[in-house]
Design a protein around this ligand. Structure first.
Ligand code: FES
Length: 112
């Protein structure tokens, strides 16, 4: 006689931690609405939306995004709500945040 296999709940990070996240909310990236969950960093929200680059370098305008993910490298600098040079990997997303692509130092005039 074959025994029925007992179904176990899905092994997800939220399930393993017993987390019950609150309702999602919206932020924008360059005007594009993105869904976020409480506790997600700005970088995590951007990654989840397949956005890998949100700033350019000062000298050559090369694309940059998150590298270390722990606040050490400063590659993830972003402009959030008009404030440049915030580390997206450390910054919790908040409802209504407006993230914009940061060019160079974030204090330069936009490139034509
Ligand atoms: S990814 Fe390195 S400081 Fe944010």
């Amino acid at each position: 006689m074959r025994r029925a296999r007992r179904r176990e709940p899905a092994r997800t990070p939220a399930g393993l931690a017993g987390a019950e996240p609150g309702p999602g909310f919206e932020i924008t990236f360059d005007g594009r609405p993105l869904r976020a969950l409480p506790g997600q960093s700005v970088a995590a929200v951007l990654w989840a939306a397949s956005v890998l680059s949100w700033r350019t370098t000062r000298n050559n305008g090369r694309p940059r995004g998150a590298f270390c993910g722990i606040g050490s490298c400063y590659e993830c600098l972003a402009t959030v709500n008009g404030r440049p040079n915030l580390r997206a990997c450390l910054l919790p997303a908040r409802p209504g945040d407006a993230v914009t692509t940061q060019e160079g130092t974030g204090h330069d005039a936009p490139r034509p």
